[in-house]
Design a protein around this ligand. Structure first.
Ligand code: DGL
Length: 270
């Protein structure tokens, strides 16, 4: 049966280790509020930022292959910088549908900085990627790019979306990890190069203690998804999205109100 005959519109699939991809989904919902959504979280694999390149290059395409087989999405968004900077090419060659990645927003940051000093906060794995070196060489060669790994912010964002108080010490340490580097006093722009981190934007702004602009790729990714699905007719009604986890489904309970804010109300185990 064709898509038109059965009246179904294939979903957009978002993929992250946990709640980080919601920062990308949120911007996409602004542009495409009626797009059906599957949100997949590899909680069994969190944190990706502490895994090896080889492990992620094998794990991410295999999982996405299973997810695509189950949900038959029209497009996959890897809403995770760590997975994208390591496994984007592997995923693209394994799937025959469009795959959108999330990579550090070095180009826009480079255009916005006035002082020429840019910070990049990411996971341990992301900040060491050759992909990041290439973006820096192509778009920020005349800028100072200070990198800092802040894996603890992943847990702080997870806590916040469970309705808990995020760890203020971890948030302060992430900012001082940038500012205290040589040249850090001139820092005016910070790239949030992990999709969990925009969920802590307000807390990071307070911890910065001075005007700093925070940049992430979510708006650009949403525009890219809208462009790639431009010919699509969406359902008339807004459908509730589905969340699927590789982890223990019972652990999802405290996150339900947060997911509801992003239109997700069905929960499944992969
Ligand atoms: N949200 C993911 C990212 O953008 C990483 C979180 C993790 O370490 O699992 O990099």
């Amino acid at each position: 049966m064709t898509e038109a005959q059965n009246g179904e519109c294939p979903p957009l699939l978002f993929f992250d280790t946990g709640v980080g991809g919601l920062s990308v989904l949120g911007e996409t919902r602004h542009l495409l509020p009626k797009a059906p959504v599957i949100y997949a979280a590899d909680y069994a694999g969190l944190p990706y930022g502490m895994k090896s390149e080889a492990e992620l290059a094998a794990r991410v395409p295999a999982l996405l292959g299973r997810l695509v087989e189950r949900y038959k999405p029209q497009l996959v968004t890897i809403a995770c910088n760590t997975a994208s900077t390591i496994a984007l090419d592997h995923v693209r060659s394994a799937l025959d549908i469009p795959v959108v990645g999330t990579v550090p927003a070095i180009k826009p940051a480079s255009e916005l900085t006035k002082t020429g000093v840019i910070g990049l906060l990411g996971t341990k794995a992301t900040i060491r990627q050759p992909y990041v070196d290439r973006l820096a060489a192509d778009f920020a060669a005349d800028k100072m790019l200070l990198r800092h790994a802040a894996p603890e912010l992943v847990y702080a964002a997870e806590a916040k979306l469970r309705g808990e108080q995020p760890d203020a010490g971890a948030i302060a340490a992430a900012m001082s990890g940038l500012v205290e580097q040589a040249g850090g006093a001139e820092l005016d722009t910070v790239i949030l190069a992990c999709t969990h981190f925009p969920l802590l934007r307000d807390e990071l702004a307070v911890a910065a203690g001075r005007p700093v602009q925070f940049i992430d790729g979510a708006k650009g990714i949403a525009r890219r998804i809208a462009y790639l699905t431009g010919n699509r007719t969406w359902p008339d009604d807004e459908r509730e999205g589905t969340f699927v986890t590789t982890g223990d489904i019972a652990n999802i309970e405290p996150y339900r109100p947060a997911f509801a804010r992003y239109g997700i109300s069905r929960f499944e185990k992969l």
